[in-house]
Every structure is written in structure tokens, then in C-alpha cells.
Design a protein. Structure first.
Length: 494
């Protein structure tokens, strides 16, 4: 059937053509750039390839040298390099000459025309020589101005007789999930490479051991080995992130990369430039996460703050009135919703200047003020050694664990400090909650539900009262070979 001079089908096709033409000129399509060439052209010259050489240590015994040292925030990524090799196939064998050097490749970017360059700490750590290669092929020797393992950032300096092209940091806090980003770097040692993608997520915590960054930017832009230390640009040509790590079972890009936000990096870079090191605030507490069991015992909710398990003597925390068992919910006007967030906020807070914090103590909020000290590295927690010595002492079984009151002989046997008091665990039934929750022989139970313990009867009585009130667990405060922690103990049948 025909309508006028056009058929019905022809009118439908004409209408669709009009709609498509209109949409092509609409703002919905205008938001998608036709290409990135105009944006990238002035940026590429400020991005550099970073190569380092390091003499193999005799202590390696001829084994492949791994890119991340023990204790580095990215130590876990060594598993990939052990399987697939170094970024450039580096390492050496016993047949190599003594002066043979291992080579590492990464990326960086110039932030100052005088020759200051930002990269990752793990790219340049323990390097004997550092070379920086520019997009025009020029190569310069670089030296490390300062390096910070906790944020995996380093600042380099090259001597130059003329101003270098440089880029500026932007505000990563203003970026949004879905925004376009561009990564420029040196993947697999190929040289300057540009990739594009979007911001996939904010505030990713990838649980880097020893690191304090808990707010990584996640992107689907292709980032591979050698991109480390390279910049992540927004559509204004500003650096909003430093590409640092990828998640990949195979070791190659699968669309999950992570960058340190510029708001985290900028103060670190400024301190490295000024002093060659990062000076952080020290609160003087040890903390742990609030799990569902701990929350139930304390009458709070999971992840509502950081639970204080130890307060250092003469520390800023002690002077401020913080006590073991307090929950720090706010620090310097920032909410603490994870244990890793507190160390980062403390490290960014001013030293010697009063800051506000809010704690929960016995279910009530309390406002405190604290002046931070300069930070120092804390020792790692040791593992205790289990021995069954329960038959040698007067013990009592409580829910499947043999407990004894701590005395001088037990202190000596288990190397327990004289200031620690409580009940010591001497034997654990492997089929009980004591075992499944990780309690160990030699642990000293200092308190239960914040009630100090000097005899086993008090412990059993507190558990009985908790059961009567409908509690599913009690919260034990332990001393374990000089370290302290909270562990919830279920009091229901296993």
C-alpha cells in the first residue's frame, strides 16, 4: 500500500534517518571524543622510559632477582615474576660474569622543567644506575632524590641544560567512575605507548602488604609490565594517577589496573623534593579490624572504625587518653570505615599540631585531641610456638582449652613480659572454637569483654553471663609474644 508519493516503508526509513542524524549532532555523542591525538601530542614528550641496572648480589646464589623486595607493598606480585620472568627477561645465571647486571624497565613523567621525574619506588629501588630516555631518543643519567616504599613512589632528578617538557598534577578527587583516562608508559620495554580506557572504580584497597594506600583508582586501560610509574591522564591533560599495579592471573592485561591517586601522591612527592624523605605522623597505637563477631561482642557494627589493641607508652595516643578497647571512628574530621584508612590519614596529618578524633568507649562517643609524633617503623608480629605443658600445671578446662593462671615459671617458659597478667592457654582441643579461631598455646588472655582476668573462675563466670544474655561470643584481649590483639571466641556449641 502507498501513502501519497512515498510508501509506508519508505516513510519509516526516512524517519529513522532523521533520528540518527539528530542523535549524531546531539550532546550524547559530542561527549565521546573523535580521537585523543590532539590531547596526547603535548603530553608524550614529558613521559619517559626508566631503566635501571643493578649488580647481582652474591647472596642470591645465582637465582633470579625478583623486582619487589621482602617487605615491599607489592611483595606478593613476586609470584608472577617467579613464574613468568622479569619485565625484560632479566636476572642472571651462575655462568654470568661477576660484573653482569640485572636490568629493570619502567616508566615515569617529568613534573618540573628543571628535571624532576616521578616514578614508582619498585622501579628504582636498590639500583646502581638509572637511565631516563625521552620520546625524542635523548637519554640522561638520573639520581634518586627520595623514595617512599609505603606509597611505592620515588622522585628522580636529571641534569639538563634547557627546560624539559613537563606535566602537572590534577585533582583525582574530582574524577568520576566512567570518565575517560589515558595511560602512557613503557610496557614490556617497547617504548612510549598510549592506551585509553575509563575509570572503573575508586577507592580500591588491593591489600598491599606494608603499604598505606587504600584508595587506588581502578581502570580498564591496558596497563602491563613496564607501565609502572607512568602517568594516568584525565581529558584535561592532568596527571590524576600513577600506574602502579595490575590484577591478572596470567600476568598480562585483562582490564584491571590500579593507579595511586594524585591526591595521595602529591604530598609525598612534595616532601621527597623538599627533604628527600617522607615524614609521617605517629599516633602510637596498634589496631585491628572489627569483624562481625567482634562487633557483636562490643555492641557495634562491622567496619565502624578501628579497634585499638595496644597503646604505646609515652605516645601521642597515650597522652591524648586513648585506651585499649577504644574504637577510633573519626580522625582529623575524616570518617574511619576501615583499619587501613586510619594509618593513611594519620600519615597525612600534621605533626605537632592538635587534631580532633572521635572514639567509641563502652558504647559512648568521646571527643579527644591529639598531637602526633614523627613515625617510626613498627616490628612485625611474631608467631608463637605451641607446646603441650598442661599436665605440669594446675589447669582448668573452659570450652575445650586448658587454662592456667600465669606465674613466674610460665612467664620464663613462654618468654612473657612481667607486665602481662592473665590466664595462659596451655592446651587446645582441635575440635573446638579455640582452634578454628586461631588461638595458640602460650597466648595470654588478659581480659574478656574488657573485664580484667586474674583467675579462671572470673573467666567462666563472664562467659556464663554472656550466654544468659543471649550473646553468641565473647571478646578476648590477648598478649601473644609481645604483641596484642582482640579475638572473638564463640560460646555456642561447635
Amino acid at each position: 500500500m502507498k501513502i501519497g508519493i512515498f510508501s509506508y516503508s519508505q516513510k519509516i526509513l526516512f524517519g529513522l534517518l532523521v533520528i540518527i542524524t539528530t542523535m549524531t549532532n546531539s550532546t550524547a555523542f559530542a561527549a565521546v571524543p573523535p580521537g585523543f591525538a590532539d590531547l596526547i601530542t603535548p603530553l608524550v614528550s614529558a613521559v619517559v622510559n626508566v631503566s635501571t641496572v643493578q649488580k647481582p648480589s652474591k647472596s642470591t646464589g645465582g637465582q633470579r632477582m625478583l623486582p619487589f623486595p621482602e617487605g615491599s607493598p607489592f611483595e606478593e606480585f613476586n609470584q608472577f615474576f617467579e613464574k613468568f620472568g622479569q619485565p625484560n627477561g632479566g636476572g642472571y645465571s651462575e655462568e654470568d660474569d661477576d660484573d653482569r647486571k640485572a636490568v629493570s624497565l619502567g616508566s615515569g613523567f617529568v613534573i618540573d622543567a628543571d628535571g624532576y621525574i616521578v616514578t614508582n619506588h619498585h622501579v628504582v629501588m636498590e639500583a646502581d644506575e638509572i637511565d631516563v630516555k625521552f620520546s625524542d631518543g635523548k637519554k640522561l643519567k638520573a639520581k634518586v632524590v627520595g623514595s617512599d616504599m609505603k606509597t611505592d613512589l620515588a622522585l628522580l632528578k636529571v641534569d639538563t641544560d634547557k627546560p624539559l617538557p613537563c606535566v602537572k598534577f590534577g585533582d583525582s578527587d574530582k574524577s568520576r567512575v566512567g570518565d575517560w583516562i589515558i595511560a602512557i608508559g613503557n610496557p614490556f620495554g617497547l617504548g612510549g605507548t598510549v592506551t585509553a580506557g575509563i575509570i572503573s572504580a575508586h577507592n580500591r584497597d588491593i591489600n598491599t602488604e606494608g603499604g598505606i594506600v587504600d584508595n587506588y583508582i581502578q581502570t580498564d586501560a591496558a596497563i602491563n609490565r613496564g607501565n609502572s610509574g607512568g602517568p594516568m591522564f584525565n581529558m584535561h591533560g592532568e596527571v590524576i594517577g600513577i600506574n602502579t599495579a595490575i590484577y591478572s592471573p596470567s600476568g598480562v592485561n585483562i582490564g584491571i589496573g590500579f593507579a595511586t591517586p594524585s591526591t595521595t601522591a602529591m604530598p609525598v612527592v612534595q616532601q621527597l623534593k623538599k627533604a628527600g624523605k617522607v615524614i609521617r605522623g605517629l599516633l602510637g597505637v596498634k589496631i585491628q579490624s572489627i569483624t562481625e563477631d567482634i562487633a557483636e561482642s562490643l555492641g557495634t557494627t562491622p567496619d565502624q572504625g578501628a579497634l585499638v589493641v595496644e597503646v604505646s607508652k609515652d605516645s601521642a595516643a597515650e597522652k591524648a587518653g586513648i585506651k585499649v578497647g577504644d574504637i577510633i571512628t573519626t580522625f582529623n574530621n575524616q570518617e574511619i570505615n576501615s583499619t587501613k584508612k586510619l594509618p593513611r590519614i594519620v600519615s597525612e596529618s600534621p605533626i605537632g599540631k592538635e587534631v580532633d578524633l572521635v572514639i567509641l568507649r563502652d558504647g559512648s562517643k568521646k571527643n579527644l585531641k591529639v598531637k602526633l609524633n614523627e613515625s617510626k617503623d613498627e616490628p612485625a608480629m611474631d608467631e608463637s610456638v605451641e607446646n603441650d605443658v598442661s599436665t605440669q600445671y594446675a589447669t582448668k578446662d573452659v570450652l575445650g582449652a586448658s587454662l592456667a593462671v600465669l606465674n613466674d615459671d610460665l612467664r620464663k617458659k613462654f618468654s612473657i613480659p612481667k607486665e602481662v597478667d592473665g590466664l595462659i592457654i596451655l592446651k587446645i582441643n582441635r575440635k573446638t572454637h579455640w582452634s578454628s579461631r586461631g588461638f595458640k598455646v602460650g597466648d595470654v588472655i588478659v581480659s574478656v569483654n574488657q573485664v580484667q582476668l586474674h583467675n579462671i573462675e572470673k573467666f567462666a563466670d563472664t562467659i556464663s553471663k554472656a550466654k544468659s544474655s543471649g550473646k553468641k561470643s565473647v571478646l578476648l584481649y590477648l598478649s601473644r609474644q609481645g604483641q596484642v590483639l582482640f579475638i572473638p571466641l564463640p560460646i555456642t556449641d561447635k
